[in-house]
Design a protein around this ligand. Structure first.
Ligand code: NAP
Length: 281
């Protein structure tokens, strides 16, 4: 599994990690076994949030990482409605309790809400000083929000921006990824398989993925993950609740696409024009 520096954190993180949205809806024992298998295969970045299953996903993650906490890069998120200064501090304590850990590797604001960013960032700073979070970042932030965050926090403080990024939704390539690269902010691609809407094998794009996969002895999903993480700044967090799925996804960590492969994928899934608002679904 290829590792890369995660933004300014100095941590070497696998290019493919593991999402947990709706994981609590799957067979519990299988979901836990899947997360653990992912860890075995090097997918150490686990992404969760207080929102997922109203805390149930964090509780499930706690079971999966029991006895293995130190190997995991653990990320959780505060909901915007809780992101006042005091609310963020309290939300983090609740997440730590559900996750049965004393620290998060990274804590994110899930999306921009009504509270002032200065309040949320002040809470992040306090949590960092207390060792309860090792870094912090944002999610679903467009350029304007990123600029505002940078103006408050300064360079080297924003660990990542977690954004929607898959083959059929490449809006972040226009401005967000270049901005993050300029300011050394990691980009985490969420819903890398389109949240269950992966291109069908018989579709035009699906056929291109299939052909490249055959040439590389990989699978279309591995090709998709390799494409999304082709730039050093980008990490992907596919969610899987079956062993075969996580095993397949981990295989993306060693797949190498040629320039010709990248061009074919780019043509099959055009980036599209700039969007006024950053898409979230
Ligand atoms: P996703 O990872 O794009 O897709 C998940 C779907 O793909 C599931 O149905 C899963 O099935 C299936 N899948 C995974 N690996 C597969 C494989 N190898 N073969 C066939 N099917 C496979 O969707 P997502 O859950 O929306 O996004 C990933 C993570 O990003 C989330 O879990 C969450 O942690 C994060 N996220 C963040 C935000 C945000 O606002 N920050 C928003 C959405 C998501 P099985 O479950 O059956 O394995």
């Amino acid at each position: 599994m290829e590792l890369r520096k995660f933004g300014p954190t100095g941590r070497d993180i696998a290019i493919a990690g593991q999402g947990t949205w709706n994981l609590e809806r799957a067979d519990r024992a299988l979901a836990i076994a899947t997360l653990r298998r992912g860890l075995d295969l090097g997918m150490k970045h686990i992404d969760t949030a207080e929102m997922y299953g109203a805390g149930a996903a964090e509780e499930l993650v706690a079971e999966a990482i029991s006895g293995r906490r130190d190997e995991v890069f653990l990320v959780s998120k505060v909901l915007p409605e809780n992101a006042s200064r005091a609310g963020t501090l309290a939300a983090c304590e609740r997440s730590l309790a559900r996750l049965k850990t004393d620290r998060l590797d990274c804590y994110l604001l899930h999306w921009r809400g009504r509270y002032q960013l200065t309040d949320t960032i002040s809470a992040f700073d306090e949590l960092k000083r207390a060792g309860k979070i090792l870094s912090w970042g944002v999610s679903n932030f467009d350029i304007g929000d990123l600029e505002e965050t940078l103006a408050i926090a300064g360079e080297g403080q924003i660990a990542c921006n977690q954004v929607l990024y898959h083959l059929q939704q490449r809006a972040v390539e226009h401005d967000v990824i270049p901005w993050c690269e300029k300011h050394r902010v990691a980009v985490t691609a969420y819903s890398p398989f389109g949240s269950g809407r992966f291109p069908a094998a018989g579709s035009k794009g699906g056929r291109v993925l299939g052909e490249i996969a055959d040439e590389l002895r990989g699978t279309p999903r591995q090709v998709a993950l390799a494409f999304l993480t082709r730039r050093d700044s980008v990490f992907a967090i596919p969610k899987a609740s079956r062993l075969a799925h996580v095993e397949e996804n981990a295989g993306a960590g060693t797949l190498r696409l040629s320039q010709a492969d990248l061009t074919r994928i780019d043509e099959a899934f055009p980036r599209g024009s700039r969007r006024r608002e950053l898409p979230m679904s």
